[in-house]
Design a protein around this ligand. Structure first.
Ligand code: DC
Length: 220
């Protein structure tokens, strides 16, 4: 199977770019952030503190999480419940970042991610795909952009959806999540040694997609 790992900070455009590239190649696109988001939602719904591994650990025994692919589109399930549309709020973004710092949570999601990659040609995006989850991926890309550019993109995306937000809050959120994701002890966000760095600060979306496809085709 061909596995492409894409890592990078929040808001770098990984999901949009990776999804388009996967569809051009006929691979599935696996958004691993959705798994951490689903865990965050589950912990919050159970009234527990997302920062406390001690509170979370016993709940993992009851957590049934799965991904399904409908026309190459990923849906995430808690048990039988499709939670795909409930995990994109700022509150769940922070909860996901919190729970992702706990070794027990990362361990819990590890096999699920690997087994999908074993069975499918895929582009998998996250923070530790090239470094930890798929260290043997054929191509590893670290997709990034400046914090200001990432905040601008997120701000535009949320405003278009009708959310009433302010740019400075979005930028502060981007920086806070970058710090939390990069400085945690386990699987911190960083490029794999053999990753190709793709900085999209000055690129349009279609330029980024073309560049990504070019890199993939040259390296598989
Ligand atoms: O990509 P995203 O914004 O949906 O990810 C949500 C959070 O999950 C993010 O703050 C970091 C964490 N995450 C992670 O630790 N490892 C991954 N492979 C994917 C996401």
């Amino acid at each position: 199977m061909i596995n492409i790992a894409i890592d990078g900070p929040a808001g770098a455009g990984k999901s949009t770019v990776a999804k388009a590239a996967a569809s051009a190649l006929g691979y599935i696109y696996v958004d691993t952030g959705a798994l951490y988001r689903a865990v965050g939602l589950f912990i919050k719904e159970n009234g527990k503190n997302t920062k406390s591994e001690y509170e979370i650990k016993p709940l993992l025994n009851d957590l049934k999480i799965s991904l399904k692919f409908v026309n190459l589109e990923q849906r995430v399930f808690l048990g039988e419940r499709d939670v795909t549309s409930f995990i994109r709020t700022p509150e769940i973004s922070m909860a996901a970042s919190d729970v992702s710092a706990h070794p027990a949570v990362r361990e819990f999601l590890f096999d699920l991610q690997r087994s999908i990659a074993r069975k499918n040609n895929c582009i998998m995006d996250g923070r530790d795909i090239g470094t930890v989850v798929l260290p043997k991926a054929q191509v590893k890309i670290f997709l990034t952009a400046s914090p200001e550019e990432r905040a601008k993109r997120r701000y535009n995306e949320l405003s278009e959806k009708g959310q009433n937000i302010n740019y400075d809050d979005v930028l502060a959120d981007v920086i806070r999540r970058d710090n939390q994701d990069s400085n945690r002890k386990i699987a911190p966000l960083r490029p794999a040694k053999d990753a190709i760095i793709l900085d999209t600060t000055d690129n349009t979306l279609s330029q980024s997609i073309d560049l990504l496809l070019k890199i993939i085709k040259e390296n598989i």
